[in-house]
Design a protein around this ligand. Sequence first.
Ligand code: GLV
Ligand code: MN
Ligand code: MN
Ligand code: MN
Length: 407
Amino acid sequence: MSDATFLTDFHHVAGIGATENNGVERQAATAADKSTRDWFAAFAKERNWEVRVDGIGNMFALIDLVPGAPYILLGSHLDSQPLGGRFDGAYGVLAGLHAAERVAGSLAATGTAPVYNLAVVNWFNEEGGRFAPSIMGSSVFAGLMDQEKMLAVKDLAGTTVAEALELIGYLGTDERPELAGYAEIHIEQGRILEREGVTLGAVDYSWHTQKLDVEVLGEQSHTGATAMADRHDALVAASKVVLLVHDVTKKFAEEALVSSVGQLTLEPNSPIVVARRVHLVADLRSASPEIVAEARASLLADIAQIAKDHDIRINVNDFDVRGIQHYPEAGLELTEKVAANLGLSVRRIRTMAGHDSVAMNRIVPTVMMFIPSVDGVSHCEREFTTDVDMVAGVKALESVAREMVIG
Ligand code: GLV
Ligand code: MN
Ligand code: MN
Ligand code: MN
């Protein structure tokens, strides 16, 4: 398949769930997610690849080269954040499909016998915007999350993962393929590669990440008739928590810790009612688990003080804690060798964002690669990567996959 065909397919998929400003809205198990899934299945079936859907909605396209052998799996995710970018995840799935087809074709053309089979995956719910936690499908596959518990997770409207998958026809029962390795390519979502003019990142480790699930319980009352001294306003206390989560980063060296509250819901959410309950999620990330632990302890102490000051209850729970993951040296060296052969510049790079490869790295030899993000922006409609960089990345993934299937 040519570079032009890859780009045509990529830009076609970017049109599914497209938003006004060049982004996509394809949250997990929505109608737009179903459309990309249908496209993925059609791509595979046109090539006579077997399609399987497992019990958490992960989709696999299997290319059988060696009867009974385990698979080298390529891929990423087709779901997006709300008003997300068209590259995050989708690029890795499209690159995987095209790289796999090229490898299968070149092995046949050269009469090379592989040791392993080849497959491509579209992981369910990497983004975790609609159903938390993120990286759900690959974590269930890797045995890091319990499938039954994840199927029971609800979105804000009360729909469960199982119901949403059933509704779009992607709650499968197929057997999961046995794996021998995993490779993923993704946009960097930061600005290191762009700043240094480097095309390929060999991802060497992922940051420690930890979320805090915070529930602020005040007392519902009238915004006009209640005396100021009598109010137990959950939103006022929650606002202080938001500021604390932002300011805690200042206790450490610049950029040593990053944090945000990205989600907040309030009840009952009426202009004339003092808020009864606020739920928010804080996301803390650092290269140092000690820094995250220190920030967490400082937040817990300050949050307890806010609860006291406002005479309300605040429950805080740890959630989605992921330790640092080091990717294997052999995969880093393979990426560097492939880059040299293709004449692409390469550097080792850490990931601060979460990826399906972080889960897969726990169970099989894993290779993770990045291509540049213009202005380093992601999880927004402005996310952008050039066609030239995308095409170079597909070639790198093809070479990596070829080496991995040959064994
Ligand atoms: C999800 O997209 C994450 O980066 O954790
Ligand atoms: Mn992603
Ligand atoms: Mn993402
Ligand atoms: Mn991610």
